[in-house]
Design a protein around this ligand. Structure first.
Ligand SMILES: NC(=O)c1ccc[n+]([C@@H]2O[C@H](COP(=O)([O-])OP(=O)(O)OC[C@H]3O[C@@H](n4cnc5c(N)ncnc54)[C@H](OP(=O)(O)O)[C@@H]3O)[C@@H](O)[C@H]2O)c1
Length: 230
């Protein structure tokens, strides 16, 4: 199993669950330090690879080293919020580039090494319920959802699904909310039917389901504590 983005947050929780269930896991991400910390946390038998999904040559080299892939999870993303009045194309392009084109690169080079199994991407509820400044984030999430439905046909019998996540307690929230994090999280939790924000393990549970259930493909699975209803 390969998890691109497996060195932190949701990806790391997916690695932990799959490793706990006996999978042999390759974790990919850019930062060597984060990869090494993840390996220390999960176990020495985990393989790590320094890969930037923005770079085709690095993604191709990653899968060139792996003869067989049973499951692929891609959580890598960049989320730059900006109004279109303020956005400079060069600053917001990465939001689309990493999630959609990174997903494309991962699927393109993993698929020839897969025979069945599954690919799981991660999007967010902003594809359906945008917030101010989310135009590019929402577009990237909507794009990977549409992309994966088409891939589910193209790559069958390999199954392709997306987890559409609500607000999840990961290091991403530090970047997003900065020092207001705790206050914002408390307020957000109070608006959700679940009464709390998500834990990375909530998404890892869904990822395990999507890997195990051979009848689920072309699906966008919302795991959001009821955010879309709130
Ligand atoms: N947390 C939330 O509330 C939330 C809500 C909705 C959707 N999501 C989505 O869930 C996914 C995972 O988010 P998270 O909260 O787990 O974030 P996170 O804790 O920041 O983890 C992101 C992971 O992706 C890797 N990554 C980032 N850019 C990469 C690149 N160019 N190439 C390879 N790896 C890269 C990071 O490692 P390096 O930085 O070392 O590369 C890290 O391992 C994202 O797609 C995010 O948009 C999260």
């Amino acid at each position: 199993m390969v998890v691109i983005g497996g060195s932190s947050g949701i990806g790391l929780a997916c690695v932990q669950s799959a490793h706990g269930a006996g999978a042999s896991v390759v974790i990919a991400g850019r930062s060597a330090e984060k990869l090494s910390q993840a390996r220390q946390r999960i176990g020495e038998d985990v393989t790590t690879a320094s890969v930037d999904v923005a770079k085709e040559s690095e993604v191709s080299a990653l899968f060139g080293e792996i003869p067989r892939v049973d499951h692929l999870i891609v959580t890598a993303a960049e989320t730059v919020s900006a109004s279109i009045a303020e956005a400079e194309e060069r600053e917001v392009r990465s939001t689309i580039d990493i999630r959609l084109w990174g997903g494309f690169r991962a699927a393109k080079y993993a698929a020839p090494r897969m025979d069945g199994g599954s690919i799981t991407f991660v999007s967010g509820t902003s594809s359906q319920r945008p917030y101010e400044g989310s135009a590019f984030v929402s577009a990237s999430c909507g794009a990977i959802e549409a992309f994966s439905r088409a891939l589910a046909l193209e790559l069958a019998p390999t199954r392709v699904n997306v987890i559409q996540a609500g607000i999840i307690d990961t290091p991403l929230l530090d970047d997003f909310y900065g020092e207001k994090r705790e206050k914002v999280v408390r307020e957000l939790a109070n608006t959700l039917p679940a009464g709390r924000i998500g834990r990375p393990e909530d998404i890892a549970d869904a990822a395990m389901f999507l890997m195990r259930n051979g009848f689920v493909t072309g699906t966008v699975l919302t795991i959001d504590g009821g955010k879309l209803l709130a």
